[in-house]
Design a protein around this ligand. Structure first.
Ligand SMILES: Cc1cc2nc3c(=O)[nH]c(=O)nc-3n(C[C@H](O)[C@H](O)[C@H](O)COP(=O)(O)OP(=O)(O)OC[C@H]3O[C@@H](n4cnc5c(N)ncnc54)[C@H](O)[C@@H]3O)c2cc1C
Length: 504
């Protein structure tokens, strides 16, 4: 391959792009991140991470960095902020929310991508794209061309790449707009706290309070209408004027460090792929920030896509593996859109919504209901359909596996290299032919939900043994062998599953 042709060009260096770049580098893929902004944004959009993203960071050995800069809040974020008397036990070792401002998350993910060798280029805006049979050409604002074998658009909700590819972005246009800003204030802390308390009670989804940026205050206020051109942020005067109209004071605000608009637009890309270009994160889906899931969803998209794209580029897996990215992630995004739509209605303050909140609150006192909604917010209940239309012998195939104690430590510690993992306490299964790609863990695993389990690099279960693994000490079980004459993989046998995804 021409040395001027990179393996992957990632457009956009937000959290999705940086997570993807790190995952690709972990697999040894040559990756360039093209980010239009010269400096990282100081704007605090996301305020935290949910359980599945926390698990992902733990699976890659970087959770400690995030814990060191964040605040652990016990429990999972409440659906539409509705309190409940139940506190269901969730199937995770990380049943908490990590409060961490987006600029810190972005910085830690960028550091990780750079550490692993990603070439992160700032001040590089992609303005055009052309695809050939073997490569993708990106045109930068200054006229330069960059070529890659693949490209991934992680360029946010207003994705230029998505537009250039002509991928539709259907959904609901914005009904409401809010202004978000960070600034210094002259008002005393007690006055800010008193107003903040009143706003919190009366207007869910808006508010003012100290920012995680020291010395600054963060305010979210409803805009007067929905701006026609949202590429431009509000002026500071407009922001202060809305603050005065909304809470009766502007707190003597001055020296703004960031100002932006956001809306309740809800949209899902028609496709997550066009030829050699894939979409991830906000470029593929947008929704109101209720429930705090957008950044989490982007990190999880990147975690699903990274190892697949790497395996296809390395020739380790068939190109069809890439189709599973959209097949698995688009329904997950559609479900998040549904739950955020529901939460938007529930916080409206209208009489019908208030009544619905009361009914839902009573239902959420039932642990099953509370668990279902908490698992949706934390992305813990996702089950990918690994064999569409086919039978899977075990109900756990497609689900993620929580961290479990293994005799040498913890399962997640064994997953840091981003390889497949075969948990095989009795040593009954043979994966020797795949030893370059599969970590074979032959040691006791506490609470393993099957006699043996094969995990993909993203921690989802690809195969689970259904029978006790040993006929006798050290002797392999009589697992049925794949039928060599059948063109279809047999999801019940380990060998067939490995041969399907990692042909040797
Ligand atoms: C008020 C608010 C609160 C939020 N709270 C939460 C929360 O609590 N939890 C949560 O999970 N999510 C939250 N979100 C959502 C979260 O901020 C986004 O989902 C997340 O930033 C998406 O990450 P991304 O990398 O996909 O896109 P972005 O963060 O938008 O990054 C895209 C990057 O691409 C760059 N770019 C754009 N165009 C080009 C181009 N042509 N060439 C090169 N580079 C380009 C941009 O400069 C940017 O750096 C919130 C959002 C808002 C507005």
């Amino acid at each position: 391959m021409d040395e001027d042709v990179h393996d992957v060009l990632v457009v956009g260096g937000g959290p999705t792009g940086m997570m993807l770049a790190a995952e690709l580098r972990l697999q040894g893929i040559d990756v360039v991140v093209l980010e239009k902004e010269k400096e990282p944004s100081r704007l605090v959009r996301s305020l935290g991470l949910h359980a599945r993203s926390i698990e992902i960071l733990d699976q890659r050995g970087i959770l400690e960095r995030f814990l060191a800069e964040g605040t652990v809040y016990p429990g999972i974020g409440r659906f539409a902020g509705i309190p409940s008397a139940s506190s269901p036990e969730l199937d995770t070792a990380h049943g908490y929310t990590l409060g961490i401002p987006q600029p810190v998350t972005d910085r830690l993910l960028e550091e990780r991508a750079r550490e692993l060798g990603a070439d992160v280029q700032r001040g590089r805006e992609v303005v055009d794209i052309a695809q050939g049979a073997e490569s993708v050409d990106l045109v930068l604002a200054e006229g330069e061309h960059v070529r890659g074998r693949w490209a991934v658009a992680c360029d946010g909700g207003r994705s230029r790449v998505r537009g250039l590819l002509g991928i539709g972005f259907p959904g609901e246009a914005a009904d409401h707009e809010w202004l978000l800003g960070e600034m210094e204030v002259t008002a005393p802390a007690e006055e800010v706290a008193a107003v903040s308390e009143r706003v919190r009670r009366e207007h869910r989804g808006s508010g003012i309070g100290p920012s995680s940026n020291p010395g600054l205050h963060r305010a979210v206020v409803p805009a007067e209408g929905v701006a026609e051109d949202r590429t431009e942020g509000p002026t500071f005067e407009e922001f202060l004027e809305r603050l005065r109209a909304f809470v009766g004071t502007d707190f003597g605000g001055h020296s703004p460090v960031s100002l932006t608009r956001f809306t309740d637009a809800t949209r899902l890309a028609e496709r997550f792929r066009s030829g050699r270009v894939l979409l991830a994160g906000d470029a593929a889906h947008v929704h109101p920030p209720l429930g705090g899931q957008g950044l989490n969803l982007g990190i999880q998209d990147a975690f699903n896509l990274g190892w697949k794209l790497a395996a296809v580029i390395a020739g380790q897996a068939p190109p069809a593996l890439l189709d599973s990215y959209e097949a698995e992630r688009r329904p997950v995004a559609a479900d998040v859109l549904t739950t955020t739509r529901a939460q938007s209605v529930l916080i409206s303050g209208e009489p019908g919504a208030l009544a619905l909140r009361r009914v839902l609150g009573e239902l959420m006192d039932l642990p099953e209901v509370d668990r279902l909604l908490s698992e949706k917010i934390a992305s813990l209940s996702i089950r990918y359909d690994l064999w569409p239309g086919g039978e899977t012998p075990s109900g756990i195939v497609g689900r993620r596996l929580r961290d479990l104690p293994v005799s040498s430590g913890r399962l997640f510690e064994r997953m840091r290299e981003g390889r497949w993992t075969l948990l095989d306490p009795s040593g009954a299964f043979d994966a020797e032919r795949w030893s370059d790609a599969v970590v074979h863990v032959v040691e006791p695993v506490e609470d393993l939900p099957a006699p043996a389990v094969l995990l993909r690099p993203d921690g989802h279960i690809a195969w689970a043994a259904t029978a006790p693994a040993l006929d006798g000490p050290g002797r392999p079980a009589a697992q049925s062998s794949p039928d060599p004459s059948s063109p279809e993989p047999d999801p019940s046998t380990l060998e067939s599953v490995l041969e399907h995804w990692l042909p040797r």
